[in-house]
Design a protein around this ligand. Structure first.
Ligand SMILES: NCc1ccc(-c2ccco2)nc1
Length: 329
């Protein structure tokens, strides 16, 4: 009900952005992911090894937790990670926005990369509920459940490079972006916050049409994974840029001048991604070679992750299925 704001804190190297939620009165730091639709949490039902270093939800300590008999979840992500377990419902409060009867996916197994990422204790999926993995009865996301009682059917992501930002539900804080939001229609058929991308430009260069691929806004992906048309054109303007097999993608000298990238969102807004935000991180201890925040994918839709969010304030409108963007304040 109402609205709610939580601080979004970047993990080291801005790998992901974490925020606290309350589940049945237990405060748990989670990874907010606009690219998936399951709310799952580390639990006391995991092995002791998996639990080590994490905050583990204990269903027996919540007076409001109810088991969903016969329900289970199993999810795998694009990076090869995954989780599985059982399901119940409980009250979830995110910065004041509250949902009772929220499906809580209680992990009994998680992949090694989640175990070793001890800052994160699960995911809050914020894509469309059609992607939720609970069976035999698919469940709704927190945002889907909250929408009807939120002051406005929206949530926003204000993510910053190497600094805290915020996630807000039910309100669009216009002090957080420059000018006004530009809105694009969302194609909901895939279940992602997906929109058209028809053109781009690099620095002050000419605008080039893309081959009509689409893109999704995915806070749960660290980098900006774009079409080879965009990536090739971009790095042709960066001296010393090259595919670096040992680093696992395109690198460049950390001293390189990185142009801004302008990408079309929905056909009527060119979103600027700052060159500085495309310098992701050094790959070596001397800080000589840097890894590109923009990398190629053959996936359609493209997956525009946190690198884009560092330059653009993003509003997700579940009332009319649109996505709004504007440069950060
Ligand atoms: N795009 C969804 C997602 C989010 C986080 C993670 C992850 C793996 C290890 C730690 O975090 N994987 C996938």
């Amino acid at each position: 009900s109402g609205s709610g704001t939580v601080t979004a804190t970047p993990e080291s190297q801005d790998v992901e952005y974490l925020a606290p939620i309350s589940i049945g009165g237990q405060s748990i730091v989670m990874d907010f992911d606009s690219g998936s639709s399951d709310l799952w949490v580390f639990s006391t039902q995991l092995s002791a090894t998996a639990q080590k270093g994490h905050t583990n939800f204990d269903t027996t300590k919540s007076t409001t937790f109810k088991t969903m008999t016969g329900a289970a979840f199993s999810i795998s992500y694009g990076d090869g990670s995954g989780a599985a377990g059982t399901v119940g419902t409980d009250t979830v409060n995110i910065g004041g926005a509250t949902v009772t009867g929220q499906a809580i996916e209680v992990a009994t197994a998680v992949s090694s990369s989640f175990v070793s990422d001890t800052n994160s204790n699960g995911l809050v999926g914020l894509a469309f509920s059609k992607l939720n993995t609970v069976s035999p009865t698919q469940q709704k996301t927190f945002f889907d459940n909250a929408m009807a009682t939120l002051a406005q059917p929206v949530f926003t992501a204000d993510l910053r490079k190497g600094a805290v930002g915020s996630y807000e539900f039910g309100n669009i804080d216009s002090t957080k972006f420059n000018g006004s939001l530009s809105w694009a229609a969302v194609n909901t058929t895939t279940g992602f916050w997906q929109f058209s991308n028809s053109k781009f430009s690099v620095g002050t260069g000419a605008t080039t049409a893309t081959d009509g691929t689409q893109a999704i806004a995915d806070t749960g992906t660290t980098l900006m994974l774009a079409s080879s048309a965009i990536v090739t054109a971009y790095y042709s303007q960066v001296s010393g840029a090259a595919n670096d097999a040992s680093a696992g993608g395109i690198t460049f000298p950390c001293t390189a001048t990185l142009p801004d990238l302008n990408v079309d969102v929905g056909g009527n807004y060119m979103a600027l991604v700052r060159g500085d935000d495309i310098n992701y991180a050094p790959v070596d201890s001397t800080g000589t070679t840097c890894f590109g925040g923009l990398q190629a994918t053959t996936n359609d839709p493209q997956i525009w992750g946190d690198i884009m969010f560092k330059s653009q304030f993003v509003a997700f409108n579940g009332g009319n299925n649109s996505i709004g963007m504007a440069p950060h304040q």
